[in-house]
Write a protein that binds this ligand. Structure first.
Ligand SMILES: [Zn+2]
Length: 386
């Protein structure tokens, strides 16, 4: 059975194809082109996009949960919530407060969810930790991993991770970190690393590049810098990312610019370009009442202390905010929300753009990024309430 998506503004990597069509066979894209060049085959079912923009399904590599539900406790529930909002590839981020056995349990839950027909959007785990710097918003009080790094603590967690974990977030300034990184690489040579919740200097960050460090976790959030002279500004992970052209910067783009101000969003984009910025939701389970000044904002997540703790964003909302805070348009937003994250985690050959041979993961949006429809591997996803 083939599907012929027509009457669409197809968002390609290099621009928009007006009056475009996408031909889908099974779970893959078979052809893309203008309506005049790719006629509807006799055996295909026509799907009218009604003039919507049809872009690649969003790829969100950094999500913890939403509204009281964590992704590692209830992976299917949370993944399906985000799927209905256009995220067709999602990585599960367990909380950095977990113990070793809890991480291992979480991996098992995620593996079971991935085996379900409705769990196909889950592409693995994004480990925000365990060896990050408790000084920077990673639970100084109850973080189990803040003391000496010892093989007997991490060995079973790395072993159980197998190739499920696509990425570990590290704070390169942590003493004794290198053997952990080497061990994780030896168990999964394709695993990658990100620097985050850290105050590492650019030199300390650079040291891990040969081991696959290629991403900065939520740029301009939960990072510090060490002053070298009194009254001067030091360099930290954000500067390390700016200095290294290859490194990706994750960006939480909320409506108020609470995580990253509009000016900083523009600075990040100016520096990293359209090739190296990744939109993330950092979707979080925090479900507490926001302080007065944030009460009107629905895309922030607040923890029990009344502090900002991730977001309630969807990727579509993040794209809309990006267009508000910067001069990006729809086609650019899709690069940051689908292509770049897919490439950053090694899935660029499968997802992230609309091209023949790739998975038929699509999201239909109007010009204000309201999601009109979602397709996962050739199947339309049932719509849910907001
Ligand atoms: Zn974080």
């Amino acid at each position: 059975m083939r599907i012929y998506v027509h009457n669409a503004k197809v968002v390609l990597e290099n621009g928009i194809l007006w009056n475009g069509v996408i031909l889908i066979k099974g779970d893959r894209i078979e052809a893309v082109g203008k309506e005049t060049d790719v006629p509807c085959p006799a055996d295909a079912r026509a799907l009218d996009a009604k003039g919507a923009y049809v872009g690649p399904g969003f790829v969100d590599i950094h999500v913890h949960g939403y509204c009281g539900t964590t992704l590692f406790n209830e992976p299917l529930k949370v993944a399906n919530h985000f799927l209905s909002h256009g995220t067709t590839t999602i990585l599960v981020s367990p909380h950095y407060k977990l113990t070793g056995p809890e991480y291992i349990e979480a991996y098992e839950r995620v593996r079971r969810a991935m085996a379900e027909p409705t769990g196909r959007s889950i592409a693995g785990v994004y480990m925000e930790g365990p060896y990050i710097n408790p000084k920077f918003g990673s639970g100084a009080k109850d973080n189990q991993w803040k003391d000496t790094i010892r093989k007997e603590d991490y060995e079973s967690v790395v072993d159980a991770a197998g190739d499920l974990v696509r990425l570990w977030v590290i704070a390169p300034e942590r003493e004794g970190l290198l053997p952990f990184v080497e061990y994780a690489r030896s168990k999964n040579p394709s695993v990658r690393f990100a620097v985050g919740h850290s105050e590492a200097t650019p030199d300390e960050v650079r040291r891990y590049k040969p081991y696959g460090l290629s991403i900065l976790t939520h740029c301009m959030d939960a990072t510090g810098q060490t002053n070298t002279w009194r009254g001067t500004r030091g360099c930290g992970p954000d500067e390390a990312c700016f200095l290294d052209r290859d490194m990706y910067a994750e960006l939480i783009c909320d409506s108020a610019g609470a995580h990253v101000s509009p000016q900083l969003c523009r600075l990040i984009l100016q520096n990293k370009g359209l090739e190296r910025v990744i939109l993330i939701t950092d979707g979080s389970a925090g479900n507490y009442k926001a302080p007065e000044r944030f009460r009107h904002l629905t895309d922030l997540s607040i923890n029990e202390e009344g502090e900002l703790s991730g977001s309630r964003l969807t990727m579509a909302q993040a794209c809309r905010n990006l267009m508000t805070h910067t001069n990006c348009g729809i086609a650019q937003a899709f690069l940051l929300a689908a292509r770049n994250p897919a490439e950053a985690i090694g899935l660029g050959h499968e997802v992230g753009t609309i091209a023949p041979g790739k998975k038929a993961n699509l999201v239909l949006v109007d010009d204000a990024f309201n999601v009109q429809g979602v397709m996962l591997e050739g199947d339309m996803v049932p719509r849910q309430g907001e």
